[in-house]
Write a protein that binds this ligand. Structure first.
Ligand code: G3P
Length: 253
């Protein structure tokens, strides 16, 4: 939690380590998550992709070239092929032993030591990762420690059909802010995830009035510019790419 002082009152905001502590370690690796937990993140964020043989792995892009020494789509590889790749030296040579983690491996490594903010995506336009995801959460007994986010209402609704208790966040595309239907979202989700530059006080108040929490994400480039303003709107949760100095950002006038 970070503390925000407003009108002499302290309140807390939850911090999500975006892709782990991705500014000091290669994103979506066990080391990036470990550092995020050490630095006090409330949640580690995990972007899910599905391998050809149906395993859930953590990777932001749908292709592997930016963050590994391989080339091609995640969905064209079996897990054992992906596991041979170096997922760290693109960031710094000393991370060359990092591999693409499976969701199961992440859960088994950190268990109840942290909370997990997990983004689902459609695979070939179909919600096919959801059943596996819920099964893994239940097997590990982590129902109280996860939040699932997605831009896809179909994906979130698929999860809701399987388990009504898992908290869901409807991500909002920056150009779709005017189309947000809070009553409809409230049917399956506990909150919305908009992009910081598009958020104003009125939007946050409207969502809160509808009983939805507001979890805000940034671009690495504009986080420092928008963080203070966003927190002054009483949002509930913020993503951060700068975990180690968020408190410094907050104390800067
Ligand atoms: O997806 C919303 C949030 O997770 C931030 O964006 O680019 O990491 O998917 P990105």
């Amino acid at each position: 939690f970070i503390f925000v002082v407003k009108n002499n009152q302290e309140r807390t905001v939850q911090l999500i380590a975006h892709r782990g502590a991705n500014n000091i370690a290669p994103e979506h690796t066990i080391t990036a998550y470990k550092k995020a937990i050490e630095l006090g993140a409330d949640f580690i964020e995990i972007d899910l992709r599905m391998t050809k043989d149906g395993y859930l792995v953590s990777m932001h892009d749908d292709t592997i070239e930016r963050t590994t020494n391989g080339k091609g789509k995640v969905s064209n590889f079996n897990l054992d092929e992906l596991k041979k790749l170096d997922a760290g030296s693109w960031f710094e040579n000393r991370y060359k032993k990092e591999t693409i983690p499976t969701l199961e491996e992440i859960f088994e490594t950190f268990g109840k030591k942290t909370n997990y903010y997990i983004e689902t995506r459609l695979v070939n336009n179909e919600p096919i990762m959801e059943e596996k995801l819920v099964k893994l959460i239940e097997e590990e007994g982590l129902q109280d420690q996860v939040v699932i986010e997605s831009f896809s209402p179909d994906s979130l609704k698929a999860i809701h059909r399987i388990d009504k208790e898992i908290p869901l966040i409807q991500l909002i595309y920056p150009d779709k802010m005017l189309e947000v239907d809070e009553k409809e979202i409230k049917n399956y989700a506990i909150g919305v995830g908009p992009y910081a530059p598009k958020v104003d006080r009125e939007f946050v108040e409207r969502m809160h009035k509808a009983g939805l929490e507001v979890d805000v994400w940034f671009d690495r480039k504009n986080e420092k510019e928008y963080m203070k303003k966003i927190l002054s709107y009483d949002v509930d949760t913020v993503f951060t790419d700068y975990l180690e100095n968020t408190e410094e950002i907050l104390s800067r006038e």
